[in-house]
Design a protein around this ligand. Structure first.
Ligand SMILES: *Cc1c(COP(=O)(O)O)cnc(C)c1O
Length: 377
């Protein structure tokens, strides 16, 4: 395949030697958990998100689960409370809620941002709604004045699912006064899944927050519930990040902003050159500094799969994020929800084009021209 959708070996080829050296250094150190790499990574990620605390954890789902569990331990949430979650998201956002005995309330999305539609929030509020979880899907920040106003007026917790948009900037400041994703709300979950913009070489994640109590509660919960050695205050879990993954992530951090800049150039090239009448490209929000975890176009008139097959024949890999929204998954058969027309429609129209390195601006122009030559059935 000429342009695979994603080939991680090629994405990281430019610094594979740095990764190998950093892994060897950890092996030689004999320190595999609770070590200096983890500590420095936490410091660096907290800085990136402009917050005081970062607790590294096992993966992004655990980051979100631990935030919600910590709020339950702190008495700020009770099982049965409702959490508003966008209907268009990776299922992990919703799993974190239901796993804690909390009730996901699905909110439809805006067709332009493909993120939670804040104008619908007020209509979903009832006394059991205690939090909202904006997801910065595809690397586009989800935060606006309407969302912040609802959070303030109803005294909600704002928990960001920042699995896909670390280092993106919203065009408004959140509750901490910063506009960077991860620092917009009361707490955020980050994923270091290998395909994410900042990906480990295995599973990894982090919780970031300005809340001292939340940070120490999450840290304890992620370490068997112990606040100090052999002293367990919670019936906790083991959700730690290890030193090798922390070291891999610290190498990746050196290249991360350059990779994001490259993704922005590729997104711009796609937007400039894709002119096929059936294909709608995503809006580029200048001030929001999207980080383009995915570049998701929409294909009208039921031609999505035909376009994908055609591109496949031309040696261009594509993917769908996500073909089946959470509420249509068998595990959420029982989940009550209102009408979700935008989510439903987009699920049948979206296609993700290659955007990660080594895709260049020239590649994007080439791929755009192939798309423009697509003859629908
Ligand atoms: C990847 C992802 C998660 C889960 O992260 P893992 O590290 O895979 O557990 C959660 N939410 C969203 C939006 C994601 O993309």
């Amino acid at each position: 395949m000429r342009y695979p959708f994603l080939d991680l070996a090629r994405t990281q080829a430019a610094y594979a030697d740095e990764l190998k050296a950093a892994a060897c250094a950890v092996i030689d150190s004999g320190r595999f958990l609770h070590g200096p790499e983890t500590e420095m990574l936490e410091h660096e990620v907290a800085q990136l998100c402009q917050v005081r605390h970062c607790v590294s954890v096992s993966n992004g789902l655990d980051a979100l689960r631990l935030i919600l569990r910590a709020y339950i331990e702190m008495g700020l949430l009770r099982p049965g409370d409702k959490i508003i979650v966008p209907a268009n998201t990776y299922i992990a956002s919703v799993l974190a809620v239901s796993d804690n005995g909390l009730v996901p309330v699905l909110c439809d999305i805006r067709p332009d941002t493909m993120n939670l539609d804040s104008s619908l929030l007020e209509g979903l509020i009832d006394p059991r709604v205690r939090a909202v979880m904006p997801v910065h899907l595809y690397g586009t920040p989800c935060c606006d004045a309407t969302l912040l106003d609802v959070v303030n007026r109803h005294d909600l917790l704002m928990i960001e699912d920042n699995a896909q948009a670390i280092s993106a900037h919203a065009d408004c400041a959140g509750i901490n006064g910063t506009s960077v994703t991860g620092g917009l709300g009361h707490a955020a979950g980050i994923s270091f899944y290998p395909t994410k913009n900042l990906g480990a070489l295995g599973d990894g994640g982090a919780v970031v927050t300005n809340d001292d109590t939340l940070a120490s509660t999450v840290r304890a919960l992620a370490n068997y519930g112990s606040d100090r050695r052999y002293h367990n205050v919670y019936c906790g879990l083991n959700c730690r990040l290890d030193e090798i993954q922390a070291a891999m992530l610290r190498v990746k951090l050196h290249h991360f902003e350059a990779e994001n800049a490259q993704r922005r150039l590729v997104a711009k090239a796609y937007a400039q050159h894709i002119t096929h009448q059936l294909v709608t490209v995503p809006v580029i929000f200048d001030e929001m500094q999207q980080v383009w975890h995915q570049y998701v176009v929409r294909v009208a008139h039921g031609q999505r799969n035909a376009l994908r097959n055609y591109l496949q024949q031309q040696g261009i890999g594509t993917d769908i994020h996500y073909a089946t929204p959470p509420h249509r998954q068998p595990c959420y058969n029982h989940l009550e929800h209102g009408a979700l027309p935008v989510t439903e429609q987009l699920a049948d129209e979206i296609v993700s084009l290659p955007i990660a390195a080594p895709i260049t601006v020239d590649d994007a122009r080439e791929i755009a021209h192939v798309i423009n030559d697509f003859n629908p059935d």
